[in-house]
Design a protein around this ligand. Structure first.
Ligand code: AMP
Length: 114
């Protein structure tokens, strides 16, 4: 979708700081990090958000979680722990309508989040 920011990042039309790339997913650093490591894992195909997921998306979801595991390993977070977040809808703060998995780590985190 030409008017979707993350589709434009995946296409290389908007610059990003790449962490990982595969045929199905792309991972890049969040421009406004909320933790020392803050990486976004997105599917290359346009999916609006987690509320739009169906059983047709099982492969892409598996690949997104595998990408998040790889990001955690690359960022030396596998042992110390990290947080995975999907924001859905306005009250969550979701701002970009293209499915993205936040990978956050590198500092202790409180629960529940603010
Ligand atoms: P969400 O609030 O869950 O929709 O997350 C969207 C995230 O995208 C926010 O954390 C933003 O900081 C991040 N973001 C917005 N524009 C860009 C960009 N051009 N490059 C990297 N991250 C971005």
């Amino acid at each position: 979708m030409s008017d979707c920011l993350f589709c434009r990042i995946v296409a290389g039309d908007v610059p990003s700081s790449e962490v990982l790339s595969s045929a199905t997913t792309y991972a890049f650093r969040d421009v406004n990090p909320g933790a020392p490591t803050h990486v976004l894992v997105v599917p290359r195909e346009h999916i609006v958000d987690a509320a739009a997921i169906t059983s047709d998306h099982r492969n892409v979801l598996t690949e997104m979680f595998q990408a998040a595991q790889q990001v955690a390993a690359l960022e030396h977070l596998s042992e110390r722990g990290y947080r995975l977040v999907f924001n859905v809808g306005p009250e969550s703060g979701n701002s970009v309508p293209h499915l993205h998995l936040h990978v956050l780590g590198g500092r202790p985190m409180s629960w529940p989040p603010g």
